[in-house]
Design a protein around this ligand. Structure first.
Ligand code: SAM
Length: 237
Protein backbone atom coordinates (compact mmCIF):
# COMPACT_ATOMS: atom_id res chain seq x y z
CA UNK A 1 0.00 0.00 0.00
CA UNK A 2 1.18 3.53 -0.76
CA UNK A 3 2.82 5.29 2.21
CA UNK A 4 3.19 9.05 2.49
CA UNK A 5 5.14 11.14 5.02
CA UNK A 6 3.00 14.10 6.12
CA UNK A 7 3.75 16.93 8.60
CA UNK A 8 0.21 17.00 10.00
CA UNK A 9 -0.77 15.69 13.46
CA UNK A 10 -2.35 12.23 13.08
CA UNK A 11 -5.45 12.03 15.28
CA UNK A 12 -8.58 9.90 14.68
CA UNK A 13 -11.05 11.66 12.41
CA UNK A 14 -8.58 14.34 11.31
CA UNK A 15 -8.84 15.53 7.72
CA UNK A 16 -5.99 17.33 5.97
CA UNK A 17 -4.69 18.07 2.50
CA UNK A 18 -1.54 16.45 1.12
CA UNK A 19 0.93 18.63 -0.77
CA UNK A 20 0.17 19.42 -4.42
CA UNK A 21 2.85 16.95 -5.50
CA UNK A 22 1.47 14.25 -3.25
CA UNK A 23 -2.09 14.86 -4.49
CA UNK A 24 -0.86 14.69 -8.10
CA UNK A 25 0.93 11.41 -7.34
CA UNK A 26 -2.16 9.90 -5.69
CA UNK A 27 -4.68 11.11 -8.26
CA UNK A 28 -2.85 11.17 -11.57
CA UNK A 29 0.02 8.73 -11.19
CA UNK A 30 -1.52 6.08 -8.96
CA UNK A 31 -5.06 6.84 -10.21
CA UNK A 32 -6.61 6.63 -6.76
CA UNK A 33 -10.17 7.88 -6.18
CA UNK A 34 -12.71 8.64 -3.45
CA UNK A 35 -12.47 6.18 -0.55
CA UNK A 36 -9.22 4.54 -1.69
CA UNK A 37 -6.86 3.89 1.21
CA UNK A 38 -3.19 4.77 1.77
CA UNK A 39 -0.89 4.76 4.81
CA UNK A 40 0.44 7.99 6.34
CA UNK A 41 3.10 8.68 9.00
CA UNK A 42 4.65 11.84 10.44
CA UNK A 43 7.53 10.57 12.60
CA UNK A 44 5.62 11.21 15.84
CA UNK A 45 2.15 9.58 15.84
CA UNK A 46 2.77 6.15 14.32
CA UNK A 47 1.29 4.91 11.05
CA UNK A 48 -2.38 5.40 10.13
CA UNK A 49 -4.69 4.23 7.38
CA UNK A 50 -6.20 7.20 5.56
CA UNK A 51 -8.79 7.38 2.79
CA UNK A 52 -9.03 9.85 -0.07
CA UNK A 53 -11.86 12.38 0.25
CA UNK A 54 -13.01 15.60 -1.53
CA UNK A 55 -11.45 14.19 -4.69
CA UNK A 56 -11.38 16.68 -7.59
CA UNK A 57 -9.37 16.94 -10.81
CA UNK A 58 -6.93 19.19 -8.96
CA UNK A 59 -6.53 17.47 -5.66
CA UNK A 60 -7.92 15.60 -2.69
CA UNK A 61 -8.08 15.50 1.09
CA UNK A 62 -7.00 12.65 3.35
CA UNK A 63 -9.35 11.42 6.06
CA UNK A 64 -7.70 9.54 8.93
CA UNK A 65 -9.43 6.19 9.42
CA UNK A 66 -7.52 4.11 11.99
CA UNK A 67 -4.10 3.64 13.61
CA UNK A 68 -2.09 0.78 12.11
CA UNK A 69 1.27 0.83 13.98
CA UNK A 70 2.37 2.73 17.11
CA UNK A 71 5.36 5.07 16.81
CA UNK A 72 8.72 3.43 17.35
CA UNK A 73 12.23 4.82 16.88
CA UNK A 74 15.27 2.95 15.58
CA UNK A 75 18.77 3.01 17.10
CA UNK A 76 20.59 6.31 17.53
CA UNK A 77 22.84 5.72 14.52
CA UNK A 78 24.06 8.80 12.66
CA UNK A 79 26.03 8.94 9.41
CA UNK A 80 28.47 11.72 8.59
CA UNK A 81 29.57 11.64 4.96
CA UNK A 82 31.94 13.91 3.07
CA UNK A 83 30.53 15.79 0.08
CA UNK A 84 31.20 13.23 -2.65
CA UNK A 85 29.92 13.51 -6.23
CA UNK A 86 26.17 14.15 -6.47
CA UNK A 87 24.98 10.80 -7.86
CA UNK A 88 27.00 8.86 -5.28
CA UNK A 89 25.85 11.16 -2.48
CA UNK A 90 22.21 10.64 -3.46
CA UNK A 91 22.75 6.87 -3.35
CA UNK A 92 24.30 7.17 0.11
CA UNK A 93 21.32 9.20 1.40
CA UNK A 94 18.80 6.70 0.01
CA UNK A 95 20.66 3.69 1.46
CA UNK A 96 21.21 5.40 4.83
CA UNK A 97 17.43 5.88 5.12
CA UNK A 98 16.80 2.23 4.21
CA UNK A 99 19.47 1.04 6.65
CA UNK A 100 17.90 2.96 9.53
CA UNK A 101 20.24 5.92 10.02
CA UNK A 102 18.59 8.37 12.43
CA UNK A 103 20.32 11.40 10.89
CA UNK A 104 22.74 12.16 8.05
CA UNK A 105 25.21 15.01 8.35
CA UNK A 106 27.36 16.30 5.51
CA UNK A 107 30.96 17.31 6.05
CA UNK A 108 33.47 19.38 4.10
CA UNK A 109 37.03 18.05 4.33
CA UNK A 110 40.27 19.10 2.66
CA UNK A 111 39.76 16.80 -0.31
CA UNK A 112 36.01 17.25 -0.91
CA UNK A 113 35.31 18.66 -4.36
CA UNK A 114 32.56 21.03 -3.17
CA UNK A 115 31.47 22.85 -0.01
CA UNK A 116 27.76 22.94 -0.75
CA UNK A 117 25.01 20.72 -2.18
CA UNK A 118 21.24 20.69 -2.71
CA UNK A 119 20.19 19.65 0.80
CA UNK A 120 16.46 19.99 0.01
CA UNK A 121 16.83 17.43 -2.80
CA UNK A 122 18.73 15.07 -0.50
CA UNK A 123 16.00 15.46 2.15
CA UNK A 124 13.36 14.58 -0.46
CA UNK A 125 15.35 11.43 -1.35
CA UNK A 126 15.54 10.49 2.34
CA UNK A 127 11.76 10.97 2.66
CA UNK A 128 10.97 8.87 -0.42
CA UNK A 129 13.29 6.08 0.76
CA UNK A 130 11.67 6.17 4.23
CA UNK A 131 8.20 5.87 2.67
CA UNK A 132 9.36 2.88 0.58
CA UNK A 133 11.26 1.09 3.35
CA UNK A 134 8.39 1.17 5.86
CA UNK A 135 10.12 3.15 8.63
CA UNK A 136 8.02 5.43 10.84
CA UNK A 137 10.33 8.42 10.68
CA UNK A 138 12.57 10.18 8.17
CA UNK A 139 16.26 10.86 8.82
CA UNK A 140 17.11 14.56 8.86
CA UNK A 141 19.78 15.56 6.30
CA UNK A 142 21.76 18.40 7.87
CA UNK A 143 23.60 21.03 5.79
CA UNK A 144 27.38 20.59 5.30
CA UNK A 145 29.82 21.81 7.95
CA UNK A 146 33.63 21.77 8.03
CA UNK A 147 35.20 18.75 9.73
CA UNK A 148 37.09 20.86 12.28
CA UNK A 149 33.88 22.67 13.35
CA UNK A 150 32.05 19.35 13.62
CA UNK A 151 34.77 17.92 15.87
CA UNK A 152 35.03 21.14 17.93
CA UNK A 153 31.29 20.91 18.70
CA UNK A 154 31.21 17.16 19.34
CA UNK A 155 28.50 16.19 21.86
CA UNK A 156 29.48 14.07 24.89
CA UNK A 157 28.35 10.45 24.99
CA UNK A 158 28.59 9.83 21.26
CA UNK A 159 31.24 7.58 19.75
CA UNK A 160 32.60 8.41 16.30
CA UNK A 161 33.25 5.30 14.20
CA UNK A 162 35.99 6.68 11.94
CA UNK A 163 36.17 4.54 8.77
CA UNK A 164 39.87 4.87 8.11
CA UNK A 165 41.16 3.35 4.90
CA UNK A 166 44.76 3.71 6.08
CA UNK A 167 44.67 -0.02 6.76
CA UNK A 168 45.93 -0.23 10.36
CA UNK A 169 42.59 0.16 12.15
CA UNK A 170 40.74 -2.66 13.95
CA UNK A 171 38.04 -4.64 12.14
CA UNK A 172 34.79 -2.75 12.64
CA UNK A 173 32.97 -5.71 14.23
CA UNK A 174 35.63 -5.98 16.97
CA UNK A 175 35.72 -2.25 17.56
CA UNK A 176 32.01 -1.85 18.27
CA UNK A 177 31.50 -2.25 22.01
CA UNK A 178 27.94 -1.52 23.05
CA UNK A 179 24.76 0.01 21.81
CA UNK A 180 25.58 3.57 22.90
CA UNK A 181 24.93 6.30 20.35
CA UNK A 182 27.23 5.89 17.35
CA UNK A 183 28.12 8.08 14.43
CA UNK A 184 29.80 6.63 11.33
CA UNK A 185 32.23 8.89 9.42
CA UNK A 186 33.01 8.30 5.73
CA UNK A 187 35.55 10.38 3.82
CA UNK A 188 35.55 11.74 0.24
CA UNK A 189 36.86 10.22 -2.97
CA UNK A 190 40.32 11.54 -2.10
CA UNK A 191 40.21 10.17 1.44
CA UNK A 192 41.17 12.09 4.59
CA UNK A 193 44.16 14.44 4.63
CA UNK A 194 47.02 13.38 6.95
CA UNK A 195 46.30 16.23 9.40
CA UNK A 196 42.61 15.24 9.47
CA UNK A 197 43.49 11.63 10.21
CA UNK A 198 45.95 12.69 12.93
CA UNK A 199 43.34 14.89 14.63
CA UNK A 200 40.65 12.21 14.44
CA UNK A 201 42.89 9.47 15.84
CA UNK A 202 43.92 11.64 18.78
CA UNK A 203 40.35 12.21 19.95
CA UNK A 204 39.11 10.03 22.85
CA UNK A 205 35.63 9.51 21.42
CA UNK A 206 36.92 8.31 18.01
CA UNK A 207 37.04 4.59 17.16
CA UNK A 208 39.14 4.08 13.99
CA UNK A 209 37.83 1.03 12.11
CA UNK A 210 38.78 -0.93 9.01
CA UNK A 211 36.27 -2.05 6.38
CA UNK A 212 38.65 -4.71 5.11
CA UNK A 213 41.77 -4.85 2.94
CA UNK A 214 40.33 -3.19 -0.16
CA UNK A 215 39.65 0.50 -0.74
CA UNK A 216 35.87 0.94 -1.04
CA UNK A 217 34.13 3.77 -2.87
CA UNK A 218 32.37 6.13 -0.46
CA UNK A 219 28.90 4.74 -1.16
CA UNK A 220 30.07 1.14 -0.72
CA UNK A 221 31.86 2.15 2.50
CA UNK A 222 28.81 3.97 3.90
CA UNK A 223 26.48 1.06 3.12
CA UNK A 224 28.94 -1.51 4.51
CA UNK A 225 29.62 0.44 7.71
CA UNK A 226 25.94 1.07 8.48
CA UNK A 227 25.16 -2.58 7.76
CA UNK A 228 27.87 -3.80 10.11
CA UNK A 229 26.84 -1.44 12.93
CA UNK A 230 23.19 -2.45 12.58
CA UNK A 231 24.10 -6.15 12.52
CA UNK A 232 26.51 -5.89 15.47
CA UNK A 233 24.68 -3.54 17.85
CA UNK A 234 21.72 -2.09 16.01
CA UNK A 235 18.20 -3.22 15.15
CA UNK A 236 19.16 -6.15 12.95
CA UNK A 237 19.71 -8.42 15.94
N1 SAM B 1 41.88 7.40 0.10
C1 SAM B 1 41.21 6.35 -0.67
C2 SAM B 1 42.13 5.87 -1.80
O1 SAM B 1 43.27 5.67 -1.48
O2 SAM B 1 41.68 5.70 -2.92
C3 SAM B 1 39.89 6.83 -1.21
C4 SAM B 1 38.88 7.10 -0.10
S1 SAM B 1 37.49 6.08 -0.17
C5 SAM B 1 36.97 6.29 -1.80
C6 SAM B 1 36.26 7.06 0.69
C7 SAM B 1 36.10 6.73 2.16
O3 SAM B 1 35.55 5.42 2.33
C8 SAM B 1 37.35 6.71 2.98
O4 SAM B 1 37.78 8.00 3.35
C9 SAM B 1 36.91 5.88 4.20
O5 SAM B 1 36.16 6.70 5.08
C10 SAM B 1 36.02 4.84 3.55
N2 SAM B 1 36.74 3.62 3.24
C11 SAM B 1 36.98 3.11 2.02
N3 SAM B 1 37.62 1.92 2.10
C12 SAM B 1 37.80 1.67 3.43
C13 SAM B 1 38.39 0.62 4.18
N4 SAM B 1 38.93 -0.46 3.59
N5 SAM B 1 38.43 0.71 5.54
C14 SAM B 1 37.88 1.79 6.16
N6 SAM B 1 37.29 2.82 5.51
C15 SAM B 1 37.24 2.76 4.16
Amino acid sequence: MIRLFVPDPLLAGNRFHPTTEQAHYLRNVMRLGEGDAILVFNGRDGEWRATLAEVTKRGCALHLAEPIRPQTTGPDLELIVALVKRARLETIIEKAAELGASRVRLVVTRFTGADHTNVARLQAIATEASEQTGRLDVPEVAPPVKLDRLLDDWPGGRRLVFCDEAGDARPVIEALKDSAAHTVLIGPEGGFAPEERDRLRALPFVIPVSLGPRILRADTAAISALTLVQAAIGDWR
